[in-house]
Design a protein around this ligand. Structure first.
Ligand code: NAP
Length: 240
């Protein structure tokens, strides 16, 4: 039977590449987006037979509606990729309470809400894979990104807790922690900073969206069935 994957925040960047990867492997693909409707529609044209579902992952009603839409379209959810995320770059003293709440709302609460409703479906089948997209900064912290780093650190501990809680129910939960990947999220980073990051990376490269998508697919495949609660860094060795 054809398996189904739901990817949050898949209108562009890493999420869209994950959608392409699963589609190429024969999955039913559910693409969630929030603001970028045109991009989601254009991806849908590329991946015909998939579905797109609008929804803000940080809104409980939208998260519930998202899971209902996927189950109605494809019957069940085999793989959930919590990819939707936003970043911010600010000195601690310049971060407003509003900015802090916004980052935590999308990155952490969004991961919690979508997992909560997807798991209800997975529990019925005693199987499932959840892959959360964290960041290397959630492992080692980044200067001027304390809020983003803390939110990604929270995703890592959430992953480990869920792996323990859901393992006996046949559900694996893992994290992928990308390093610097070429997407819109990094479009404001100067050429100088980009070159510096590249030169400090053992593999002397900036990551591609396909590097992350391939790793996510591995964690969804049977080859990873005995792996849970892990953080797999995809960073060219940047934080060894
Ligand atoms: P991106 O190009 O900015 O894409 C972000 C995606 O998240 C978009 O599809 C966006 O959808 C979606 N999104 C944002 N807020 C949302 C919300 N409230 N509800 C639903 N979807 C929402 O970023 P990216 O680089 O592909 O990042 C994807 C993930 O990888 C993020 O979690 C990010 O933190 C993580 N990551 C990225 C890097 C990197 O270097 N790029 C490194 C480490 C980790 P709409 O535009 O439709 O709103």
């Amino acid at each position: 039977m054809k398996k189904t994957v739901l990817i949050t925040g898949a209108s562009c960047g890493i999420g869209a590449e994950i959608a392409r990867k699963f589609y190429s492997k024969g999955y039913n693909v559910a693409i969630n987006y929030n603001k970028s409707e045109e991009k989601a529609k254009s991806l849908l044209k590329e991946l015909s037979g998939s579905i797109i579902v609008k929804g803000d992952v940080s809104c409980e009603k939208d998260a519930l509606n998202l899971i209902d839409a996927v189950v109605n379209a494809f019957g069940r959810i085999d793989v959930l990729v919590n990819n939707a995320g936003i970043s911010s770059f600010n000195l601690l003293t310049d971060i407003s309470g509003e900015e802090w709440d916004k980052i935590f709302s999308v990155n952490v609460k969004g991961t919690f809400l979508v997992s909560k409703y997807a798991v209800k479906d997975m529990l019925r089948y005693h199987s499932g894979k959840i892959i959360n997209i964290a960041s290397i900064w959630g492992v080692c912290g980044a200067s001027c990104e304390s809020c983003y780093s803390a939110s990604k650190g929270a995703i890592i501990s959430f992953t480990k807790s869920l792996a323990k809680e859901l393992g006996p129910s046949g559900i694996c939960v893992n994290c992928v922690a990308p390093g610097f990947i070429d997407t819109d999220m990094n479009k404001n980073i100067s050429e100088e900073d980009r070159a510096a990051f590249k030169n400090e990376t053992p593999l002397l490269k900036i990551g591609k969206t396909t590097d992350v998508a391939d790793t996510v697919f591995f964690l969804a495949s049977e080859g990873s069935d005995f792996i849970t609660g892990q953080v797999l860094t995809v960073d060219g060795g940047a934080i060894i």
